[in-house]
Every structure is written in C-alpha cells, then in structure tokens.
Write a protein that binds this ligand. Structure first.
Ligand SMILES: [Zn+2]
Length: 450
C-alpha cells in the first residue's frame, strides 16, 4: 500500500472514531419493556468505504451448486418510510432500484442459511453524516430462550428464532440496517461496479451477515470505565460469537481469570492484533487454521472485533466480512469461512453437492462406490439416487461415499443425486450422474480423419 493511502486510511479511521466515539450504547433504540429482561438492544457495527477503486476484486454470487434448491430462509424487509427514524437517523425515501438490490442480496442469504422463522429487518436509507461509513447494522439479542444451545449467552434475534423454531418476540424487528445516502452507489446486481461507485448489493450482504450474529459483544474505552479498558457489552453475559474467540496462545477471550471484565488486560487483547475465531466449521473452511479476526492496535468502534482480519482476508474469496470495501469492487458471496463461522454460531446450513466421483459410468456395469463432495454434510447424511436412499458412509463434512447398485446403472440415461440431512430435513441441490458410454471412445476416430 502506498504511503499516502496509509495516511488517508489513518485519517478516515480517526474520523470514524470521532463519529462513533460515544460507544456501543449510544445508538440504542428505546429500552426494552421490563417484562423482556433477557433482551439486549443492538450495538451497531459498520462498514467503511475505502476511497479508491479496486475493479480487480469482483466475486460473483454463489453458484446454484452451493445454494438450496428452494430458499431455506425468508427475509421480511421493512423499508422504513421517509421521515421515520432508526436510532439517531431520520430515514429518507428509498430508491426502488436500491430496494431491488437489497432484495437481491437478501435472496442470496435466503438460499444459504436455514430458518423456519422469517428474518425481519428494518431498513433505513439515511444521511448518516459520515464520509466513510457505508452502512450499519444492529440486532437485538436474547439469552436463555427455549432451545438455546448455551445458557447465559446472548444470541441475535434471527439466530435465536431459528434455534427456537418460532418468533420469540414477534413485535420486534430482528435487525436494523441503515445505509448512507452520501455515496455514489451502484444499484445494479451484476457486480460490474463502475469506477468511483460502491456496490450496494455487497454492502447489504455484509450488513445482513452481521444481522445473522456475525458480531461479538465486546467493547473498549470509556464505556468500560477507562480509556484502555476492554469489557463485555452486557455485564455478566457474553454473546455466542465471543465463545469462539481466543488469542494467538489459545487463551479464551472469555477467560475472566486472565481477562476480567472490565480490565486493561481485556483491553490489550482487543487491541493486540492477535485474536482468532476457533470453531470447527470455520477452521475447516480456512484450511484447518483458526480464523484471524480484526483487532487493530487502535480500537475502532463498529469495526474492531466483529470482522475478519483485513490484511488476511481482503484479497480472498472470504472478503465479504472484512470491515471495509473499495469502490468499483463487488463481493456477492459470503465465502466459506464466513459460512463456517455462521455454522459454528448455530446456523444449520443446507448441504450442497459440488462434485461426484465418478460422474459418469457405462450402462450395465457393476456396483460401485460413489464419492460425493460438497459442504455441510452431517454424520447421518444420506445420499439419494433418484430420491431413494443408498447406503452412505460419512467421511467428513465435505465428503460422503455411497454404495450404488448395479441395478441403478443397468440402462443408459442419467440419475439425480441428492444429499439429505435427516436432523434438519434439508436436501441439497441435485447433481446429475450420467449413465452412458464414455464419449472419449469416439475421439480417436475423429482425430484420425484430420
Ligand atoms: Zn461490518
């Protein structure tokens, strides 16, 4: 990075700090009713604009092979009317093109995660009064709800609803997302973002990612009682994200023997550029390594701790959940690391098939073992051949093998292969297996004619 760019970033970070210096509670909505003690109001997280074009980074939406055959979650977007308020912002009229891009982004998520409960988002288009903040997201959180996997732990509403199987607080939105009208936005959905413009679909995808609980409940500074202190946002209760965070030495951020809340010790962890998300699914998606999260030496409210590490991930397919985006770029796929993190947090995800080995065989052959590669396989997943269960062996979350019968390939044609997860009743995309005499038998004859 050129020196002047570093300087520009430093100035922008300073501006962001000044905008957000009032701390995580500053933009909270009205206090929850007394009868809902378990609710915590949102702590906003933001996405920052980088003031240069990077047209070399354009990541398309996940292909059908990685998405559910039908949407496995539903989003209900409430586009707030002009004049209504969200937090400290007064909403402006939505551009229909922006709404269409918002819906496009929500539909991508709807085919990647699973919930029987519609995810309700209040979406505000506003002058956020910042030259750097593209958008913000805040979610209500709840602990100790029915079926909560961990007690005394806050979950964002959308995830809590998905785990409980019903809408825990029907009169509340799950998340509040605000987008800043002060930028030149690109509302197209093709990802070909023109120079100088910011890709709206990418930023909406990012903010929805936070709404799905990609966000921790740690903060830093005066809110904690001293300028160098770190602390838990909700005294006594961490969030589910926090349970997975540790430092380079493997010490859990929630270890209050080492890092009391509030304390300077916790503060130095939060600003030590040395924090990792250590979860089974996240690590598997990250080549077996823990996932570095963003913990710059200067705490940046709304950016630190609740994003992937910029220098590690900005140049990779996992860049959606870094804290900043360049103009002229686009990222329409959360990427495997973020999907792994969401899986660790508790989202059940639709299995997908990305490949069959073999993918073709000649008619009339004998029984064989089919290897199915993909994602989100469970140890009780079942491979189905034209809808019928076949004896399946679980190898890993990305590989199954199945015993295919001689009768299955007796005649030419094709078969539809799917993977079914009984626990969640989720079925993958269908992959086609071809039963045909391999075409390469003919190729030598063709070559001989030349
Ligand atoms: Zn963010």
């Amino acid at each position: 990075m050129k020196g002047w760019r570093k300087f520009v970033i430093a100035v922008l970070i300073l501006v962001a700090c000044l905008v957000l210096i009032s701390g995580p509670e500053a933009k909270e909505s009205a206090a929850a009713p007394a009868s809902l003690q378990a609710i915590q109001p949102p702590s906003p997280v933001v996405m920052t604009a980088l003031p240069w074009d990077d047209p070399t980074i354009r990541i398309p939406a996940p292909p059908p092979s990685r998405r559910a055959r039908a949407p496995s979650a539903t989003f209900s977007i409430n586009y707030l009317a002009a004049g209504s308020t969200q937090g400290s912002y007064t909403c402006l009229a939505w551009d229909p093109a922006a709404q269409a891009a918002f819906a496009y982004a929500a539909n991508i998520w709807a085919s990647l995660i699973n919930s029987s409960v519609p995810i309700k988002i209040n979406a505000c288009w506003a002058n956020m009064g910042s030259p750097t903040i593209l958008g913000s997201s805040g979610s209500y959180a709840v602990r100790d709800f029915p079926s909560a996997p961990r007690s005394n732990t806050y979950y964002s509403f959308s995830l809590a609803d998905a785990l409980a199987g019903y809408d825990l607080y029907p009169t509340y939105p799950d998340s509040m997302i605000t987008h800043n009208n002060g930028f030149s936005w690109y509302f197209g959905t093709d990802g070909i973002t023109p120079a100088g413009q910011y890709d709206f679909v990418s930023v909406v995808l990012h903010e929805i990612g936070h709404s799905l609980n990609f966000s921790g409940r740690m903060t830093y500074g005066s809110y904690c009682g001293a300028s160098n202190y770190g602390c838990w946002v909700s005294a006594g209760y961490p969030g589910i994200y926090d349970w997975f965070v540790e430092n380079g030495a493997g010490q859990a951020i929630l270890n209050t023997g080492l890092f009391p809340t509030p304390s300077a010790a916790l503060g130095s962890q939060l600003t030590g550029n040395n924090l990792y998300f250590n979860g089974t699914n996240a690590n598997a998606a990250n080549g077996g390594s823990r996932v570095k999260i963003y913990a710059p030496s200067t705490w940046i409210s709304g950016s630190s701790y609740s994003h992937l590490d910029y220098s590690t991930f900005a140049g990779t397919p996992n860049r959606l959940m870094v804290h900043a985006i360049s103009s002229a770029s686009s990222t329409h796929d959360p990427g495997p690391v973020t999907m792994g993190i969401l899986g660790d947090l508790g989202w059940t995800q639709t299995p997908t098939i990305t490949g069959l080995i073999p993918g073709v065989t000649a008619p009339g052959g004998s029984a064989f073992t089919l290897t199915v590669n993909g994602t989100n396989f469970a140890n009780n997943s079942v491979v189905r051949w034209n809808g019928s269960d076949r004896t399946t062996t679980y190898v890993s979350s990305t590989r199954l093998t199945a015993s295919i019968l001689a009768a299955d390939i007796a005649t030419g044609g094709s078969a539809s292969v799917t993977v079914y997860n009984p626990t969640t009743a989720l079925t993958s995309n269908a992959a086609t297996f071809w039963i045909m005499t391999p075409l390469y038998n003919f190729l030598p004859a063709i070559f001989n004619q030349n």
